[in-house]
Design a protein around this ligand. Structure first.
Ligand SMILES: Cc1cc2nc3c(=O)[nH]c(=O)nc-3n(C[C@H](O)[C@H](O)[C@H](O)COP(=O)(O)O)c2cc1C
Length: 409
């Protein structure tokens, strides 16, 4: 067992942001945010955050998988909005909803990493910084001291020298959960991103410059926050390296997915809870548990790698029954509403995380977007649980669920 001392102080009753009602009227669901997003940010920025692999069929499958899950309600049980606090890896959070790690969100909206971190801290829900994000580990820790999770890709160069240093830095600022991403063994093409002019480096062409000029809110955010950087890696690159030079530096040292031996090395080094992200097969989940991993983070990378992966939600019941109470199962890929969070809880996930929808929120609403979306998810989750007769977030597990996509292994 690793250091998992429970931090059980009572969380104060959570109050939504004062602007919640105002924004809720204009953006009653994430679909409204997604519709508004490309009107506020350059097309290449929207496409970067929104694209899937190929023709986006993987994204469609993720969404359809959630849409097809139906709950049979029970009435006469409660007329109250149930509590949704949750304990994850020994720590209390206000809701079983988190922000998934994203590289380059500051391209979609300059400053997005820290805005998401602060919103998560305010609401006391998990915030995950990507190692490819636009804030350093230390900056994220300052913005989200109580809810800070970190995700790492595989920096294999020089016997994982950067990878281990990143863990040292994470340990120093008391990152709550360390996550290793396994589901990017090779690079694939995200079609809309490539078509919009984003290659391995950021070199705006004439069209992209025009797109920036006609999006003044985005330009102002750029002026306030500066050009997006691969911030966590900056300090390892040669002094005064440009954004593109840091990207090239990182790419030459990073890549592939952690193999099981490497997972074990990282597990042995890291002193807190660890999750593996991208698991879809129950046998991989069992292998992780055997290595002492506490968290199974189910994901198909939001449909961004290839279209043909199974939706994580369809593989969830099999993974939950494979690991039992030996690990905490959390999930992402396709979450767009509090109802989706409820569906994930009903099928055995302890919490659900969202990626793209946070980018729609920040693009649509600017700086207040992330806080607004967290409140929307919490509001919807409570209403959904209340509607089906669940007495708490955990009680969703007792609901009768119709799940036509469920995979039997
Ligand atoms: C713009 C973008 C960048 C991402 N970068 C990373 C990353 O650096 N590391 C990682 O583990 N996952 C990354 N992901 C995947 C997310 O963590 C998450 O698995 C996915 O977005 C969840 O699906 P959803 O977008 O349908 O909510 C990224 C996703 C997006 C949209």
């Amino acid at each position: 067992m690793h250091d998992m001392t429970a931090k059980k102080e009572a969380l104060s009753a959570y109050q939504p942001h004062p602007n919640f009602a105002k924004y809720h009227k204009s953006f009653p669901t994430t679909a409204w945010m997604r519709k508004r997003a490309p009107k506020n940010v350059p097309l290449f920025a929207f496409e970067y955050g929104d694209t899937g692999a190929g023709n986006d069929v993987g994204i469609d499958h993720n969404w359809a998988a959630f849409d097809n899950i139906k709950i049979v309600p029970r009435y006469g049980v409660t007329n109250k909005l149930p509590p949704v606090e949750v304990e994850l890896f020994g720590q209390r959070y206000n809701a079983p909803i988190g922000i998934a790690p994203m590289g380059g969100p500051s391209l979609v909206w300059p400053g997005a990493d820290i805005l998401m971190a602060k919103a998560a801290q305010r609401a006391r829900v998990p915030y995950t910084l990507s190692v490819a994000g636009g804030a350093t580990i230390e900056q994220a820790a300052e913005a989200a001291p109580d809810v800070f999770w970190l995700q790492l890709y595989r920096f294999w160069h020089d016997d994982h020298k950067i990878g281990f240093d990143l863990m040292r830095r994470a340990q120093a600022v008391e990152v709550k959960v360390l996550t290793l991403t396994l589901d990017v063994p090779v690079r694939t093409t995200r079609s809309r991103e490539a078509y919009a002019g984003l290659a391995s480096e950021f070199r705006p062409n004439v069209r992209m410059i025009y797109e920036m000029m006609v999006r003044p809110k985005w330009l102002l955010a750029l002026l306030r926050n500066g050009y997006p950087r691969f911030a966590t890696i900056d300090q390892y690159a040669p002094p005064r390296a440009s954004t593109n030079e840091v990207i090239a530096f990182a790419r030459a040292r990073m890549g592939g997915a952690f193999n099981w031996e490497e997972v074990k090395r990282y597990r042995d080094f890291w002193k807190g809870p660890m999750a593996l992200k991208g698991i879809l097969h129950p046998e991989d989940a069992e292998k992780a548990v055997a290595l002492g991993i506490e968290g199974i983070w189910m994901s198909n990378h939001g449909g961004r790698q290839i279209e043909a992966l199974v939706p994580s939600i369809d593989a969830l019941p099999a993974v939950v029954s494979a690991v039992g109470d030996k690990a905490t199962v959390i999930i992402d890929s396709g979450i767009r509403s509090g109802q989706d969070v409820m569906r994930a809880l009903a099928l055995g996930a302890k919490a659900a995380f969202a990626g793209k929808s946070f980018l729609w929120a920040v693009a649509a609403l600017g700086d207040e977007g992330p806080a607004q979306l967290i409140d929307l998810y919490i509001d919807e989750l409570k209403a959904s649980l209340g509607q089906v007769g669940a007495l708490s977030a955990a009680d969703a597990r007792n609901a009768r669920v119709l799940h036509p996509g469920r995979i039997e292994f």
